[in-house]
Design a protein around this ligand. Structure first.
Ligand code: HAM
Length: 418
């Protein structure tokens, strides 16, 4: 392997070439969908007070325990590179007095996030998310619409998805269920992985989505949350499923789905590629988060999808994104021709005709071979003679036909032929 003087940091990648085209497509489609569903764009800073994440995501979660990049500033503030987007948006909702706006406030974002994880398939240290959040009013109808919006985005990108849904209970029923779960898992403690042994005390719900085989076995006979929900949560869940049926979103009930962040209550969901267990993203209700940050209690709901994982899913589905296909190439030879060609390029640009060029000093032969590789329909050649006569030669690549025209007529001629 080449020994470079500098490399991008582990788990962080340049987004270039083919991947940049996928990124752009995902950005365009997600933005279009967000607008159609009345979400407004928000950008929050990359850095936030570290406590913002500790208090919302939860001290016993992987993100807070192991994955945050933190920074102590010269002024003594302790900041963290944002590992997710929900907590910063709730912070902004309160700080910007968004209560005064029509509720719910519906916001979307598209940007980079940071988690110090072990890089592997679908897991990077800098990754991108597209997210939707609604704050200020809640309910199953809003939850179902968020899920529908993500579903439609995936459909437009050409990915078949299945959304898994669950209800993890609210203030009334979850504490009771947690105790029950703890009791039930205590007898199986020996079977649990080391992480879950630890989680059992602080956050037993997390044991439910542990992927370790031994933990899965321990989960076989545990009480299911769905049977322990209070009437309110039960009703909420029933309504959500009815709305999803009406909206024709394919879903699957997953009683073990709990999500890895502590701020959720009631509805949770996660999107998967059909026939693959790659999680594209997830979300749910976080009705207590505004209150937790010192704001007026406001119901809230949202979700976020991982852009790199969407790209992987698109590639897996055989979706290719062609590079820009320009039809014209401008070639020139000599200093004066270069000067006139630069001006001619501007004429084409102003007329909205995309043109490839090569002003870097290549030989005419190299320029023509590049034009050939790019597969353009027309090459405009300005050699020394043409340049003296204020002319340019137009070559039709397929037929090989050539004609020489006045420079000032070139744009009009090409326009007719395109
Ligand atoms: P999350 O499940 O932690 O939720 O992340 C959402 C998605 O971001 C994941 O499903 C995955 O696609 C992507 N993702 C997360 N970590 C990585 C990584 N290290 N490398 C690549 N992709 C990754 C949240 O972040 C919540 N804020 C979602 C939410 C919004 N809930 C309510 N509103």
């Amino acid at each position: 392997m080449t020994d470079y003087k500098f490399k991008s940091p582990t788990g962080m990648h340049d987004i270039f070439g083919e991947n940049q085209r996928y990124f752009e497509r995902i950005f365009e489609v997600s933005k279009k969908i967000a607008r159609e569903y009345n979400f407004e764009k928000i950008e929050t800073p990359i850095l936030e007070d570290k406590k913002l994440f500790e208090e919302s995501i939860g001290n016993t979660t992987d993100i807070v325990e192991k994955e945050m990049y933190d920074i102590k500033t010269k002024g003594g503030e302790v900041l963290a590179l944002r590992p997710e987007g929900t907590a910063p948006i709730v912070r902004s909702y309160i700080q910007k007095d968004m209560y005064t706006l029509p509720q719910p406030v519906k916001l979307f974002y598209f940007g980079p996030f940071f988690r110090y994880e072990r890089p592997q398939r679908g897991r990077y240290r800098q990754f991108w998310q597209f997210g939707l959040e609604t704050i200020g009013k809640g309910g199953a109808a809003l939850d179902s619409q968020i899920i529908k919006a993500f579903y439609e985005m995936f459909k437009e990108l050409g990915i078949d998805t299945l959304v898994e849904v669950n209800n993890i209970g609210g203030d009334k029923c979850r504490p009771e269920y947690k105790k029950l779960l703890q009791e039930s898992l205590k007898s199986q403690r020996k079977k649990l992985c080391e992480n879950c042994k630890r989680r059992l005390k602080e956050n037993p719900l997390r044991v439910l989505d542990c992927k370790e085989e031994e933990c899965q076995e321990a989960l076989e006979d545990i009480p299911q949350i769905i049977d322990k929900l209070c009437d309110e949560c039960k009703e909420e869940f029933k309504s959500l499923l009815e709305y999803l049926d009406d909206l024709e979103v394919p879903y699957k009930l997953n009683p073990y789905l709990v999500r890895g962040l502590d701020y959720y209550s009631s509805t949770v969901f996660e999107f998967f590629v059909q026939d693959d267990h790659l999680a594209l993203g997830g979300g749910g209700r976080y009705d207590k988060l505004v209150d937790l940050f010192g704001g007026k209690e406001s119901p809230a709901s949202g979700g976020a999808m991982g852009v790199e994982r969407i790209i992987e899913a698109m590639k897996g589905a055989g979706i290719e994104i062609e590079g820009e296909n320009k039809k014209v190439f401008l070639a020139q030879l000599g200093g004066e021709a270069k000067r006139k060609s630069l001006a001619l390029f501007e004429e084409f640009r102003k007329e909205g005709i995309p043109v490839y060029e090569c002003f870097g000093g290549d030989s005419l032969k190299n320029q023509l071979s590049r034009a050939d590789k790019l597969g353009v329909d027309f090459v405009l050649i300005m050699g020394r003679q043409e340049c003296i006569e204020d002319k340019v030669m137009i070559r039709e690549m397929e037929s090989g036909k050539q004609e020489t025209v006045k420079i000032k007529e070139a744009v009009k001629k090409i326009k007719k032929k395109l």
